[in-house]
Design a protein around this ligand. Structure first.
Ligand SMILES: [Zn+2]
Length: 71
């Protein structure tokens, strides 16, 4: 496993993977994380990537707590 989000891994990306994050609107951040939002695959920065991961985890936990009998 190489570091695909830093160093050599981003050299092949246009502008070394930098651009505007469609979620937080930050410019000149590295947008390297592919995420599916509303059925579309967009590239987001690592902060939004982590945020979405946490939200998804919380939702999964909440769904599990709401229906403990299911499976
Ligand atoms: Zn972002």
């Amino acid at each position: 496993m190489s570091k695909s989000h830093r160093g050599t891994g981003v050299r092949t990306e246009p502008k070394h993977g930098r651009g505007k994050c469609p979620v937080c609107g930050n410019e000149n951040v590295k947008v390297l994380y592919e995420k599916e939002i509303d059925g579309k695959t967009v590239k987001v920065c690592k902060f939004c990537n982590a945020k979405m991961k946490n939200v998804a985890r919380k939702e999964a936990r909440a769904a599990k707590a709401a229906a403990p009998a299911a499976e």
